[in-house]
Design a protein around this ligand. Sequence first.
Ligand code: NCD
Length: 320
Amino acid sequence: MNPESISNDAQLDASGKLIHLLGLKGLPKKELEHILDVADDLLDGQGNLKKSKALDDMSVANLFFEPSTRTRNTFEIAAKRTSANTINVDLANSATKKNETLMDTMQTLKAMQIDMFVIRHKKNGLPHRIASNIDGVAIINAGDGINAHPTQALLDMMTIRQHKGSFEDLSVAIIGDIRHSRVAHSDIQALSTLGVKDIRLVAPQYLQYKGTLTEGISRLDNLQEGIDGVDVVMTLRLQKERMVAADIPNEQAYFKTYGITEEKLKLAQPEAIVMHPGPVNRGIELDSGVADGPQSVILQQVTNGIAIRMAVMVVLAGKA
Ligand code: NCD
């Protein structure tokens, strides 16, 4: 399914209340900022995560049909820190392997009184289909194909806001495999909603964003131009598993042109932050000096990911 034709309408009920989190397209700015505010309140003054009792009467199931380290673990930690019962459904050994349909598996889990499902799947739009077919449960999209990864974009916005305060005057470069990146697709939505007027999509032609450009968004293939004077440098992994063989670049050549080194980073603002959703391939997207350097906020993104996922669950449960 073409990401541009996927609608997130099912995530808001008739009164505009958020009942699922499927994607950031169509999510009102007020609602997005509310999630960021709730997440900020889940950190104490030192940036440490608080605990909450908000979901002590709820059960959350993680359904990850694709590999994941940080997203799955941070969802699990987030559910536990909000006092929910949490299960990681063992999909490798589940009845879907005995040809049970996914909808039947979902109905079965619902009958076990699961209230929220966190779903990652390689098919664009699958969480949306589930949300439209199963009533009375909340669906959280943890990454569908190349379409969307809303909690990653929310944690990215939280991190940017911690460093930069506001969005309107920022210049942001998103660099790398934008074409196959659900993270980039959701980040573009979030940055636009929050009023960023200079969003530069920097990639070689074959990895470039294929969607429609709205105001303030530009496509560039020259890294030097793309990074010049920006406040935020967002880098992305080369997602080889989603490329046709002919498109897989030579990694050394890619690093030479698009990899972020300390030298190239000097073209950005001196206070620019460097982000990456992980997993990082050192020496391909970023050199280690940058990944571990003073401008990198990569590990802060991971911690913020827990706060954001807690906030999303609390908001969906109507507890904030
Ligand atoms: C991303 C994903 O899976 O979409 N990772 C993540 O969620 N932290 C990005 C990637 O795999 O490159």
